[in-house]
Ligand binder design. Structure first.
Ligand SMILES: C[S@@+](CC[C@H](N)C(=O)[O-])C[C@H]1O[C@@H](n2cnc3c(N)ncnc32)[C@H](O)[C@@H]1O
Length: 304
């Protein structure tokens, strides 16, 4: 699909069907493009959005003194979506920056969507970034970043986690399993069936050497806001948008799925992300079902 067609379709709907780019990836980029204040704006995000969304996200630049009130109105109207995604990205950035300090030079972003870390984080300057995503979403992004050179060396690998493996393709693209790596899986697992989540965790465990880091978000059961209406309407909205919510995990289930190869070093919801980052974004009750877990790879067993 050409970029214009993708923009047009993405502009009227949020459907990941028929080879269209992911609508939820636009929602996250919208949040980062708008930000909760000037300091927290992702400079690349708006250029990755369908035109109407980009207009809404970039409005503060022309509103001058009215910008804070405009941002506040959108933050409220979207039930905290902007704040939640800004906080999530800040919390993951904090962990990734720390992991980069420990010497890792390979970053794998699973379900990368419109993630702009490869362009945005100076700490990635000497790193190789591998972006894995659905073909249509990845192609849309590649069309839109053409001409914007990232400081990082970036490699794209199209994969459908429900149907394809990435172990071999990642290595063909230059990933070195013997070197330390960082893995980000941000806002993706809830759109996959549990079997695909476990399969993906199995593959990355085989590729990650001792001392590697994994930062992943997942949805816990329950916690949907607005009572019975929310419990019925929220999943229905995602399904109607073509990206149904497919899985939940308890923190203990995640920890045991990854034991004994990984140690959980952090696991919290948006209230904890705010404490971690000292962010000005507010955790939203509507999104407290999403948690961020950070894990560190243990030493491999002989012969594993
Ligand atoms: C909410 S977006 C998050 C994007 C990005 N991680 C971020 O935080 O900006 C969900 C992403 O998961 C990807 N995704 C969903 N199901 C997938 C699958 N079966 N295979 C590959 N990617 C998938 C979508 O293409 C989309 O980019």
């Amino acid at each position: 699909m050409d970029a214009t067609a993708a923009t047009r379709v993405g502009g009227v709907g949020l459907k990941m069907r028929d080879g269209l780019p992911s609508g939820t990836s636009f929602l996250v980029a919208f949040a980062r493009g708008l930000g909760v204040d000037e300091r927290l704006v992702d400079p690349l995000a708006s250029s990755l959005l369908p035109r109407w969304m980009a207009r809404v996200a970039t409005m503060p630049a022309i509103l001058g003194p009215a910008a804070p009130a405009y941002r506040r109105a959108i933050r409220t109207a979207t039930f905290g979506l902007v704040d939640h995604n800004v906080l999530r990205t800040e919390a993951i950035d904090a962990h990734v920056t720390q992991a980069l300090r420990s010497g890792a030079r390979q970053l794998v972003i699973l379900g990368a969507g419109m993630d702009a870390r490869a362009w945005r984080l100076d700490a990635l300057q000497n790193a190789t970034v591998f972006e894995i995503d659905h073909r249509a979403t990845q192609q849309y992004k590649r069309d839109h970043v053409a001409g914007k050179t990232p400081p990082a060396d970036i490699r794209y690998i199209p994969v459908d986690f429900e149907k394809e493996r990435f172990i071999e393709r990642l290595q063909t693209a230059g990933f070195r399993p013997t070197d330390r790596s960082i893995w980000i899986w941000e806002g993706v697992t809830m759109y996959l069936p549990l079997a695909a989540v476990h399969e993906t965790l199995g593959q990355l465990t085989r590729l990650a050497s001792e001392g590697s880091h994994l930062a992943m978000t997942y949805r816990v059961p329950g916690h949907l806001p607005f009572g019975a209406v929310g419990r019925a309407a929220i999943p229905a909205l995602f399904a109607a948008a073509g990206e149904p919510l497919k899985s939940t995990l308890e923190p203990s289930e995640l920890a045991s799925a990854l034991a004994p190869e990984w140690d959980v070093t952090y696991d919290d919801d948006a209230r904890g992300w705010r404490a971690l980052t000292a962010s000005t974004a507010d955790p939203s009750r509507a999104f407290l079902s999403e948690r961020l877990a950070v894990l560190k790879r243990r030493r491999r067993k002989e012969g594993a």
